[in-house]
Design a protein. Sequence first.
Length: 443
Amino acid sequence: MGLKATLVKPPEESRLNFGTFSLAVLAAGVRDSAEIAILDMTDYHVEKAVSAVLKTCPDVIGVTTMGVTSVEPTAVFVKALREAGGTCAIVAGGHGATMLPRPLLEAGADAVVCGEGEETFAEILREGISDSVKGLAFLREGSVVKTPSRPLIQPLDSLLEPARDLQGPPPEGIALVETSRGCPYQCLFCEASRFYNGIWRARSPGVVVTDIQKLVTRGATIIHIVDDNFTVDPVRAIKICELLEKGPLPLFFYFSARTDDLMRDPDLIPSLARAHFLRAGIGIETLEPDLAHYIGKPISFEDHRRTCDALRKAGIFTMASFITGLPGEPEEARERCVELAVKVGVDAAQFVPFQPLPGTPLEKGRGEPEPWAEEAAAVYTNHFRQHPLVIERLLKAATLHTVRGMLARTTLAKWVNEGIIRGSGADFLASELKEIDPGLFGT
């Protein structure tokens, strides 16, 4: 096997970071076609990352982009590779590259993979980059030219187990697992449903559970389910939970879901709790009825609240996301967004600025958020974390000897350490938390 391919997570600062997991999934399907190396250069300076990659003497370099914010730093990295004398083929892929191929091509990438990359990259390694390969974008005479789209992989069970041996041990015992791809819903702001053509596909419960059990046996204590929406099919999710209950189980799973899906089967939330799905990421986006209908997520405040109550009673810690600056959002809605987020009952919340992402019905330019929305989102997030009812709720949960209690303690301690909660309030919290867990703030 003479061909060498180096798969790279390039240097960047981003809150959306799944590390090299997607590269391990990609590597599993192509390691019979080339000698594969995976490098996580996320925290490296560009010059050092370029040196490390070129030392592997690759014939092909594959770089991944998690989202739009990854495109600019990845383009910088690709340009630096070329300026350092890298003459091998460079292929970019991922969600960000699919949305914005031009900056990467102009920086020096030979091609961008649009959509799922496993079959496209395998074909590139076998036959080279050409117009006959489906799912590619090139730069030709100043224009971006795309080949015909490649069909989605069916079934997902045909994908091999990720090449985790090329990644090294999971950091801090946290492992990633993909059980499904896509989302059947058509929220106007969401790029993921367009990436997968509005189609949701799932791996079978038995395959998912076998993968998870191997990870737990190897020492994974926390497993992050990276699916866009884990509970699209409640019956399937319950079956996965039933199989998992036979053990071994990690300390907890972190998963993403919609509140309406979570309430479609009364057995779902209890099943999730029994199988240690104890940290839920909930995309609420907005609690304004008109805006919720407009963006295609018409879930009422009361339905969100009932779901949050049910999750809390089951011992599941909830982290909700809200979007600031949606089109048509009135000023009065912004003034009450934090209070509504507190009242709906989530444990933690992150406000993010609206991004008019390419490929969505709301696209605008390169999908960059308005500066005022970025600033407002950060302010709202801090106001939520400083809210007396939020602190009271978490402090009550912190006394519990459960995973939810542990997550409440570490969340509050983080807010104190980062200076989000200040002054006498921080002193009081630190004192209370030390009583509950003396080792929480170190020695």
